[in-house]
Ligand binder design. Structure first.
Ligand code: SF4
Ligand code: SF4
Length: 110
């Protein structure tokens, strides 16, 4: 087996291991995340990287991305996106919480 093949195989194994760990984690934590009409999603903007994964899973059009200024003047990024929850259409389904890779979304009381 070549070095490239060896690295590819190791990466695949590592990706599978990480996916399994995340699945296990969500399985445990998902029951602890509040759900329903009494709660609404909330984005901690400091943790949001604007990846738009929450928009993809939200069936209720309750999330928007907006342009936010960068705090670090040394960095040059044309567009810095953040997610924002629209409270009225949010049904409290918590799918966005499970989808967010940075744990930026939490469910709070309405
Ligand atoms: S809790 Fe559900 S409805 Fe509300 S923003 Fe998240 S995915 Fe959309
Ligand atoms: S999934 Fe999380 S990090 Fe990505 S845009 Fe939504 S809130 Fe931000």
């Amino acid at each position: 087996m070549s070095q490239v093949d060896d690295v590819k195989k190791r990466r695949q194994l590592e990706a599978a291991r990480i996916k399994q760990r995340l699945s296990n984690m969500y399985e445990v934590n998902s029951e602890e995340i509040p759900e329903g009409e009494e709660v609404v999603a909330f984005v901690n903007v400091d943790q949001c990287i604007g990846c738009d994964q929450c928009l993809i899973v939200c069936d209720d059009d309750a999330i928007e991305l907006y342009d936010a200024p960068l705090r670090n003047a040394q960095l040059h990024v044309e567009v810095n996106k953040k997610a924002k929850i629209l409270r009225d259409p949010c049904t409290g389904c918590r799918l966005c919480v499970l989808a967010c890779p940075t744990d930026a979304i939490v469910m709070i009381d309405r």
